[in-house]
Ligand binder design. Structure first.
Ligand SMILES: *Cc1c(COP(=O)(O)O)cnc(C)c1O
Length: 392
């Protein structure tokens, strides 16, 4: 076992694993749905919760637990539960910690499906959500009601890379008897540790940078033992959105290179942002690593680097944006992110397509906006691919 002073990069590679009697060096995949007991009395005490240990893989599986322990160590949390997807992690938080009559205040700039969950499905169970401009602390304060229990946000936001002040929002949450939940998908613990800044829960789509190579769908929540190890573990083992051992193994191995990858993604994105900001066909670049970013200073304090997502607005609206996208030959036209392969997206007609024109204007989703999730191909090839549409 590693002690508490073990550094991040060591935890990412060696944390969480418990070698079996076979003395294997690599982490094994426990492809089993249930576990056997020595005798009837042991079965009884496992089921009664008197004796710790595995019962059934909807509750626990050693491979999934290795991923959970490793991610908990990286985020600096006591406890982690892995889930089948990022959305099931967010859903588990809502149904596990809230009840009818409760209220959520959420950043307006959250993942599209999270908005659908909050707006369309939670009201059926008596849970309402107010949406606010993430960077406006007063707006958060005004939106809090006596029945508010959760403040929810993603920072940096998608696709405009706005930065929320996690520490200030944690204080506001705690003054009002609320939990601060941070979706740490864009930065990962390699670049930002929301729990250390005061957040109560960190949520992940493991589908993105934790896997890092676009192979699986998965999710996780990290926080203290009571909230995560007891309450969320309970709702997940009961409702069933457990992470499969194979997916847990892929994500577990992904964590081993997380720090290196996030550094490389950030370096590539920084170069791309600089190239774009000097291009005459580009009106505006959104990237927290540029001094022109409105929250450049806050990003420098809160994050150790700027991450791999760069968004930019081309002159000439949708026509020019689609031309740039359609002239690429290598970049993948897909909405996913967090992959070693670079992806390119037109938010106004895809990820943010269901917003009304007014909502798009309020959220800064212009027709000329393009989002790049910068991968790890040679940066010169990425630039060359974009320049085909931008240059002529
Ligand atoms: C993808 C994503 C999610 C949802 O995760 P899934 O694994 O697709 O369910 C949640 N939040 C953010 C920021 C995401 O990018």
């Amino acid at each position: 076992m590693l002690d508490e002073s073990t550094h991040f990069d060591t935890q990412a590679i060696r944390g969480g694993n418990r070698r079996t009697n076979e003395q294997e060096h690599g982490e094994p995949i426990f492809a089993t749905s249930s576990f056997v007991f020595d005798n009837a009395a042991q079965a009884a005490s496992r089921f009664a919760g008197d004796e710790p240990g595995n019962i059934y893989a909807r509750f626990t599986n050693p491979t999934t637990q290795a991923f959970e322990r490793r991610l908990a160590a990286l985020e600096g949390g006591e406890s982690c539960v892995a889930t089948a997807s990022g959305m099931s992690a967010i859903t588990a938080i809502c149904i596990g910690l809230l009840e009818a009559g409760n209220h959520i205040v959420s950043s307006r700039s959250v993942f599209g499906t999270t908005t659908v969950l909050f707006e369309k499905y939670l009201p059926r169970f008596g849970i309402e959500t107010s949406f606010v401009d993430m960077t406006d602390l007063n707006a958060w304060q005004k939106a809090i009601q006596p029945n508010t229990r959760i403040l929810f946000l993603e920072t940096p936001s998608n696709p405009l890379t706005e930065i929320a002040n996690i520490g200030a929002l944690a204080d506001l949450a705690h003054e009002n008897n609320c939990l601060l939940v941070v979706d740490n998908c864009f930065c990962t613990p390699a670049l930002q540790k929301p729990l250390q800044l005061g957040a109560d829960l960190v949520v992940h789509s493991a589908t993105k940078y934790l896997d890092g190579q676009g192979r699986i769908v998965g999710g996780a929540v990290v926080g203290n033992h009571q909230l995560v190890g007891e309450e969320l573990f309970g709702i997940i083992r009961t409702t069933g959105p457990t992470m499969s051992p194979f997916n847990a193994w892929v994500a577990l191995k992904g964590l081993e290179t997380l720090s290196l990858r996030m550094k490389a993604h950030s370096e590539q994105a920084g170069k791309l942002a600089k190239y774009l900001s000097e291009h005459t066909a580009v009106k505006r670049v959104y990237y927290a690593g540029l001094e022109s970013h409105p929250q450049y200073e806050l990003a420098r304090r809160q994050q150790s680097d700027s991450g791999g997502i760069v968004s930019f607005v081309v002159k000439g609206g949708r026509e020019m944006a689609w031309k740039v996208i359609d002239n690429t030959r290598m970049l993948s036209i897909t909405a996913n992110l967090g992959d070693v392969k670079t992806t390119i997206t037109h938010p106004a007609t895809t990820t943010h397509g269901r917003l009304s024109d007014d909502q798009k204007r309020l959220s800064g989703i212009e027709e000329g906006l393009i989002r790049i999730a910068v991968g790890l191909e040679d940066i010169d090839d990425i630039v060359r691919d974009l320049s085909r549409g931008l240059d002529d």
